[in-house]
Design a protein around this ligand. Structure first.
Ligand SMILES: Nc1ncnc2c1ncn2[C@@H]1O[C@H](COP(=O)(O)OP(=O)(O)OP(=O)(O)O)[C@@H](O)[C@H]1O
Ligand SMILES: [Mg+2]
Length: 308
C-alpha cells in the first residue's frame, strides 16, 4: 500500500523571505519563514491607505523591507514590534515625513484613496493636512492654547484675524472661535481649558498637552491621524483618556497608532500589524486574532514576551 505524503502547500507556494526555520536569532526570536498569507488582511469596506512593496533605506541600513499593507478607513490600526523594527519609519512614509530626513530613501508606493503620494507634483503641505501626525512627546508651541489650535487653519489661510484682516473687511474671529472650540471638544479638552484659552499651553499637564496636540491636528480637518506612541510619556489616567479619545476618533477618522504597550494595542485597535527585527511586516490581521491566535511563531514569542 502506498502512503500519500501531504505537504503544507503554503510552505512551498509562498515566497521564502527569511532563512531556515527552527533557529533562534541573537535577539532570542525563533527564526522562521514569513508567509505572505500572514499579512494578507482582508476586511470589509474601503482601504484609506495602501502601501505596496515599500522599502526604506537610511544610507546602507535597510530599515523597511517590502512592506505591503492596506489600512481600512475609519478604524484604528496598531503598529507593534520591538525597538528599531521600523514602526516610526513606516508611519512617516504615510505622509512623506521621511522626505525631511536626508539619509532616508523610499522606494515603492503609498496611496491615499487610491492616489499615489510618491509622485511628482504632490503638494506636501496639502498631504500633511490630510494625513496629520501626533508625536510621542507632547510638543505644543510656547503660545496660548488658542494660538496652538488655530495655528494650522491660520497657516493654511482658512482663517484671517488681526489688524490687516479688519482693514480689508475680512475678520474671521468668529470662525476661529468655532474651530478652536470644535477641535478642543473633539479632543476631549474643552471642559478643562475653555476658561483659559489665552494662557500659555506650556502650563498644561502632560496629558492635557497631548490632547492639545491632537486638537491642533484636528483643527486642519485631516482624514488620517498618525500617532507615534502618543501615550508613552503619560501616567495611567492621562493614558486612558488618550485611549478613549482614539476610540472615539475612529468613528470619523482613520487612525494609525504605534505603541509599545501590547495591552493598549489590544484595547484600542481594530487591526494590528506586527513588525519584527529587520524591518519586516510579519503578521497583520484582526487584533483579536493576532493576539489570541497568531499565525507566526515569532509573533507569538514576541507577544508572550519571550523576546523584544
Ligand atoms: N533618521 C535616521 N537616520 C538613520 N537611521 C535611522 C533614522 N531613523 C531610524 N533609523 C534606523 O531605522 C531603523 C528603524 O527605526 P525606527 O525609528 O523606524 O524604529 P521603531 O520601530 O520606531 O523603534 P522604536 O520602537 O525604538 O521607536 C533603526 O535601525 C534605526 O536606527
Ligand atoms: Mg519609533
Amino acid at each position: 500500500m502506498t502512503e500519500t505524503i501531504t505537504t503544507d502547500t503554503d510552505e512551498t507556494t509562498d515566497t521564502d523571505r527569511t532563512t531556515e526555520a527552527g533557529q533562534t536569532t541573537v535577539a532570542g526570536e525563533t527564526d522562521e519563514r514569513t508567509r505572505d498569507s500572514w499579512t494578507d488582511y482582508e476586511f470589509e469596506g474601503d482601504a484609506k491607505l495602501a502601501a505596496d512593496d515599500l522599502d526604506v533605506h537610511y544610507g546602507s541600513d535597510h530599515a523597511l523591507k517590502g512592506i505591503s499593507m492596506e489600512i481600512p478607513e475609519e478604524s484604528v490600526t496598531a503598529l507593534i514590534g520591538p525597538s528599531g523594527c521600523g514602526k516610526s519609519t513606516f508611519l512617516r512614509c504615510l505622509n512623506r515625513m521621511n522626505d525631511r530626513i536626508r539619509a532616508a530613501s523610499v522606494d515603492g508606493s503609498v496611496t491615499i484613496d487610491g492616489e499615489e503620494i510618491y509622485q511628482d507634483g504632490v503638494n506636501l503641505v496639502e498631504l500633511r493636512k490630510r494625513v496629520g501626525m501626533v508625536f510621542q512627546a507632547p510638543n505644543p508651541f510656547p503660545k496660548s492654547i488658542r494660538d496652538n489650535v488655530a495655528y494650522g487653519p491660520r497657516k493654511h489661510g482658512d482663517i484671517e484675524t488681526g489688524v490687516l484682516s479688519r482693514l480689508t473687511g475680512r475678520d474671521d474671529r468668529a470662525k476661529e472661535d468655532e474651530i478652536v472650540e470644535r477641535s478642543l471638544r473633539r479632543a476631549a479638552l474643552w471642559d478643562e481649558v475653555n476658561d483659559r484659552l489665552d494662557d500659555n499651553a506650556i502650563g498644561l499637564s502632560g496629558g492635557q498637552q497631548q490632547r492639545l496636540c491632537i486638537a491642533r491636528c484636528l483643527a486642519t480637518d485631516p482624514e488620517v491621524i498618525l500617532m507615534d506612541e502618543p501615550a508613552s510619556a503619560l501616567d495611567p489616567i492621562a493614558t486612558s483618556k488618550i485611549e478613549d479619545l482614539i476610540d472615539d476618533l475612529a468613528e470619523d477618522y482613520t487612525v494609525v497608532v504605534v505603541t509599545h504597550n501590547m495591552q493598549q494595542a489590544a484595547r484600542i485597535s481594530d487591526q494590528t500589524a506586527v513588525f519584527l527585527t529587520g524591518g519586516e511586516l510579519v503578521e497583520y490581521g484582526q487584533t483579536d486574532q493576532v493576539f489570541e491566535n497568531p499565525e507566526s511563531q515569532r509573533v507569538e514569542d514576541y507577544i508572550t514576551g519571550k523576546f523584544g
